[in-house]
Ligand binder design. Structure first.
Ligand code: F3S
Length: 286
């Protein structure tokens, strides 16, 4: 068995920055509890490490105790959430990814200009909720079928969740354009998402099967898995190396000669390396 790594995979700059800010925050806030509003990143290894260092988890609608420091994750939050946290007396460390901030600003400015803002994204996803809070009257469009049902007489703008698949966004834009004559496509997926998807597409013809490393709650990881699946490649998404050994995954993988390896933008190097190591053990190369 040969393992072929995608040229680009794992942590993006926005996630790396959020994790570093969270680590710095727990290290410097002695005497004050440090919280993250929701998981800093959709990855259990990182969440467990930060929890061990002292970072506590605050529910999205939770109120921190007086004097707390709250880290905002890379997805960002709606403005009213930020206000509520500040009103509670919390200090804020804002780790919202700059690309998400740019889309929040676009959503706010296009809504303020009187345009209906459509967001191509997963309903209930943290980033979609954060964008929605910046544009009153926003309509979330999860797929092409929903887009076909969205008609608006006035001007409208489409902004995409940064971790979507570009083909999904293009399909939604084309469907929306059928019933929205004055439609602008403003904010799209981010470069990090596009790079990981492109690297996987480049890898697919070189391998017989694919392993994608990342949490099942990670939207960008799930999309990498979907891309491999749509290309007709046998694909397994695993959260960690132990899942390789679990059930019949190892047995299934051992049937293939060349295994491709990729990982979502929220997957740390240690998880990727551990999965590669387990695959090499499986191949008898360790
Ligand atoms: Fe930011 Fe894109 Fe990563 S929006 S958090 S760089 S996936």
């Amino acid at each position: 068995m040969t393992i072929v790594r995608a040229k680009v995979m794992g942590f993006c700059s926005g996630v790396r920055r959020a994790v570093q800010l969270a680590e710095q925050t727990v290290e410097r806030t002695t005497g004050h509890p440090a919280y993250s509003l929701g998981k800093i990143v959709h990855n259990q290894t990182v969440a467990d490490r930060l929890e061990t260092k002292g970072l506590r988890l605050l529910a999205d609608d939770g109120t921190p105790p007086p004097g707390a420091v709250v880290v905002i994750r890379s997805h960002g939050v709606p403005p009213e959430t930020l206000r509520r946290l500040r009103d509670s007396g919390a200090s804020i460390v804002d780790a919202t990814c700059p690309k998400v901030v740019a889309n929040q600003r676009l959503a706010a400015s296009h809504a303020a200009a009187g345009r209906r803002v459509f967001i191509a994204g997963d309903e209930g996803h943290g980033e979609v909720m954060s964008l929605s809070g910046h544009a009153p009257g926003v309509v979330v469009v999860p797929d092409r079928e929903s887009a076909l049902a969205c008609g608006h007489d006035g001007p409208s703008t489409l902004i995409a969740q940064t971790t979507m698949n570009q083909a999904e966004v293009d399909g939604i834009a084309a469907a929306l354009a059928e019933n929205n004559k004055d439609l602008i496509v403003a904010g799209g997926i981010c470069g990090a998402t596009a790079d990981r998807q492109a690297a996987l597409r480049e890898l697919l013809p070189q391998v017989d099967a694919v392993v994608i490393v990342g949490g099942r709650d990670s939207a960008n990881t799930r999309r990498l898995t979907a891309i491999a699946h749509e290309a007709g490649k046998p694909v397994w998404q695993v959260a960690n190396a132990d899942e390789i050994s679990r059930g019949d995954v190892a047995g299934e993988l051992s049937r293939f000669e060349r295994i491709g390896l990729s990982a979502g933008a929220s997957t740390p190097d240690e998880d990727i390396d551990a999965v590669e190591h387990r695959l090499m053990e499986l191949a008898g190369k360790m």
